[in-house]
Design a protein around this ligand. Structure first.
Ligand SMILES: Cc1cc2nc3c(=O)[nH]c(=O)nc-3n(C[C@H](O)[C@H](O)[C@H](O)COP(=O)(O)O)c2cc1C
Length: 199
């Protein structure tokens, strides 16, 4: 018999580091947070990664329509970026205002401060009903060297974030997660085949 709560807790072992996903469309820039990004190629000369983005997020359509995104690994000291990009929607505000960034080679915003970043071109997608899995060809990569990384901490993992987020954020985080779970529950079984047109 499936125990949903236990199953969900065990599945949390499969979350990725906390990453910031950026996108740009029609002069508008945006960013969001994900903990569902993984390496998707073992071939060093064909670097790929994948990430699940829920359809209710503003970023979803921006990435789907442009076929491009930036993915940033963060430092443990960058909690403020997680709250800013991950607790609010870019539909309502310019979330990147005040976060130092520049435009990358693919035209997506690149955060100046992060552990490392990748710019990706979407190679394929898979519909999950409530989200889309984007397979990205890594087109550019940059790693911030250890000297600059030192004052900012180590790689930010999902477990580290959940364990150490400021106490006053927790109820907001849990409420947002529950909203997302309700939405995803309604759509999760409506999986559609998609043929990705390469840009
Ligand atoms: C720790 C954390 C992990 C998250 N993981 C995901 C994820 O894997 N996929 C996703 O679509 N949203 C995820 N979110 C939620 C989005 O970041 C959030 O809904 C954001 O407000 C979307 O912004 P947008 O509407 O501007 O795109 C996560 C949020 C946090 C704080």
């Amino acid at each position: 018999m499936l125990q949903p709560d236990l199953t969900y807790q065990l599945l949390r072992n499969l979350t990725s580091p906390v990453v910031a996903i950026t996108s740009a469309r029609g002069g508008k820039e945006n960013g969001m947070i994900s903990d569902a990004a993984v390496r998707a190629s073992i071939v060093p000369t064909v670097p790929r990664l994948s990430v699940y983005i829920h359809k209710f997020n503003y970023s979803h359509d921006m990435v789907f329509e442009t076929g491009r995104f930036g993915l940033h690994l963060l430092h443990t000291k960058q909690f403020d970026i997680v709250r800013r990009l991950g607790f609010f929607s870019g539909r309502d505000q310019d979330k990147l205002a005040g976060i130092p960034h520049h435009t990358g080679k693919l035209g997506v915003p690149v955060l100046d401060e992060c552990f490392a970043h990748f710019e990706c071109s979407v190679a394929n997608v898979m519909d999950t009903g409530s989200s889309t899995l984007f397979l990205g060809d890594v087109v550019t990569v940059e790693y911030r060297r250890a000297a600059s990384l030192e004052p900012r901490g180590e790689l930010l993992t999902a477990t580290y974030f959940r364990t150490n987020m400021p106490a006053e954020w927790r109820s907001e985080y849990e409420a947002k997660l529950q909203d997302a779970q309700r939405f995803a529950a309604e759509l999760s079984r409506q999986i559609k085949p998609i043929v990705w047109k390469r840009s």
